[in-house]
Ligand binder design. Structure first.
Ligand code: AP5
Length: 218
């Protein structure tokens, strides 16, 4: 399947996208992860993207669209993909349609995890990440076995720079200004799956799977 997952920052897109991609054997592409990896490697594009990310702003469309177009042409995307964090603006959504049409395909599902801002804020303030193996945690709802250490590789967990309250506020503002309207963009397409995000990880995963099964058997 070719799937997009939408939702405000902290809705749980990454958490669900990883599980769905594994279960359906499709490639998980997170534009946030792509930019963080490029920034860690010190590439010019990565360092520029990091300036926008730290301020809670969106990376310019022309940069993001080019990155995604290249990524979707790679062999591991031919069997399907899960796009997490893209599209985030109307020009990105229109570009994605064009890119897929040129490849002779289209989206099978767009999952919207509808989550209130106050829930997102709580999730982001408690999020911790392993800088080595990239596993994610939450200090209240998905804590590591040993405080501050990754269960898998033992590295010390970190907090993302853009999970500071002032960045989170800006990210939510950007979401409402630029991304929320994509729900309308996809609403007439017959592939939009709307799921309330204010529920536990397992319940959310079950609800999404159920709707994806219906779409894929249609
Ligand atoms: P990105 O990395 O995509 O960040 P985001 O969209 O803000 O989303 P997050 O990763 O913060 O949250 P999430 O919804 O994935 O939640 P998660 O599963 O981690 O992008 C970062 C930046 O890159 C952007 O701000 C922008 O600058 C740039 N960028 C990326 N793509 C771009 C694009 N297309 N255009 C322009 N710029 C772009 O969960 C959060 C926490 O909650 C975790 O601790 C988790 O354990 C916990 N949790 C998850 N689900 C639940 C649940 N159901 N119940 C309780 N806790 C939960």
């Amino acid at each position: 399947m070719r799937i997009v997952i939408l939702g405000p920052p902290g809705a749980g897109k990454g958490t669900q996208a990883i599980e769905i991609a594994q279960a359906r054997r499709i490639t998980h592409i997170s534009t946030g992860d792509v930019f963080r990896a490029a920034s860690d490697s010190g590439t010019r594009m990565g360092l520029k993207a990091q300036e926008y990310m730290s301020a809670g702003k969106l990376v310019p469309d022309e940069v993001v669209i080019g990155v995604v177009e290249e990524r979707l042409k790679q062999d591991d995307c031919t069997g399907g993909f899960m796009l997490d964090g893209f599209p985030r603006t109307l020009p990105q959504a229109e570009a994605l349609d064009r890119i897929l049409a040129a490849m002779g395909t289209r989206l099978d599902a767009v999952i919207n995890i509808a989550t209130p801002d106050e829930v997102c804020e709580k999730r982001l303030s408690g999020r911790r990440l392993c800088p080595q193996c990239k596993r994610g945690y939450h200090i209240l709802w998905m804590p590591p076995k040993e405080d501050g250490k990754c269960d898998d590789c033992g590295a010390s967990l970190i907090q993302r720079a853009d999970d500071r309250p002032e960045s989170v506020e800006e990210r939510l503002r950007q979401y409402h200004e630029q991304t929320a309207s994509l729900i309308d963009y996809y609403s007439g397409t017959g592939v939009l799956i709307d799921i309330p995000g204010d529920q536990g990880v397992e319940a959310l995963a079950d609800a999404i799977e159920l709707k994806l099964d219906v779409l894929s058997s249609a």
